[in-house]
Ligand binder design. Sequence first.
Ligand code: CTP
Length: 396
Amino acid sequence: MLKDKNVILGVTGGIAAYKSVEIASRLRKAGASVHVIMTAGAQNFVTSMTFREITGNPVITTMWGEITNHQVEHIALAELADLMIIAPATANFIAKAAAGMADDMLTTTVLATKVPIFFAPAMNSNMYNNQLTQANIKRLVELGWRFIPPASGHLACGTDGIGRLPEPAEILDFVENELSHEEDFIGKKLLVTAAGTYEPIDPVRYIGNRSSGKMGYAIAEAAKKRGAEVTLVSGPSALTAPAGVKLVRVETAAQMRQAVLEFFDEADIIIKAAAVADYRVREVADQKIKKNDDELVLVLEKNPDILFELGQKKKSGQILVGFAAETQHLLEYAKAKLEKKNLDMIVANDVSRKDAGFNVDTNAVKLLYRDGTVQELPVMTKYKLANELLNMVIKL
Ligand code: CTP
């Protein structure tokens, strides 16, 4: 992946800067041409000479020196690069990047380049967990920049916690893994549904479920990053749509059905991660229901099963993926849904687990296929799982 790539390695002023020397060395061994830019802070921890020897290229330490090599003029370098890695990325540097500042060579290059940028934050746990740092990271992630999660362990400041720079080999693995997913969905149209639906009772009340939409939004984001044209049909959710994704907001199962049918024909891949309400209130009250009696009886009637309908309409070449949210008999129920709804793959989700299912950031699933194969995946973040699912979809 990294062979013949021009990589800008940004080094900022944290104690973990010494590990960047090994990152530079590994990048070079992988066949990349490495251009190091050091902030003033970084130069207190490692010398530019070390990086020059390791990379065989001039090291940029200031914006104001004499330009001796045209390749290192800041815009030129920003354009020459194939990717950028900032490791370690201090809280200060992340804040400056999030604010769009350009007060030294590294911030300037970050602002001027259009290539993928990876940040590997390393800092004290409290600084990392601070709401400001987290808000800065969130802002950058929303804009498409990538963060390599810090490791937990003993920190230079003497405490234990999150904030360690991951090992150089792990950083390179992460980068290579992300790059290998680049653009394999170009030319593919993906329709994904997310979150639960709300079924109204009266103007102020509804029947809903605990789905946050995290899984569906993660799939939309990952597919978009891999080049797909993505339509996200979402029930009510607090999440923001990933950049570049077409978002269609709906509330009820009936509205979701209508939106999905509108985009179904043109979609190559349909992933139904939404938790659709199976029933709706038969007679929705026009006015707020008053609490008069001791008992209130609501009659519910069945909603259409959208996925079942899609399975009937599916054309050859379309890939249809469903989810099965179960609290018991996971494989048995999931297999029945796979067959009944004519799916190519079903993601079986044990929602009784604390680390999986509704409203958490991780998921642990089993994938079932038409040929009877079952694949168990370990607990992972929903974003990583989204990429795993897309890997399987491409194979299908
Ligand atoms: N689904 C759907 N329309 C519905 C209900 C479910 O499209 N009215 C889809 C979901 O998006 C999901 C799959 O069907 O991809 C399975 O949903 P799930 O709630 O697990 O199963 P149900 O078919 O509703 O069956 P049950 O509630 O009895 O488990």
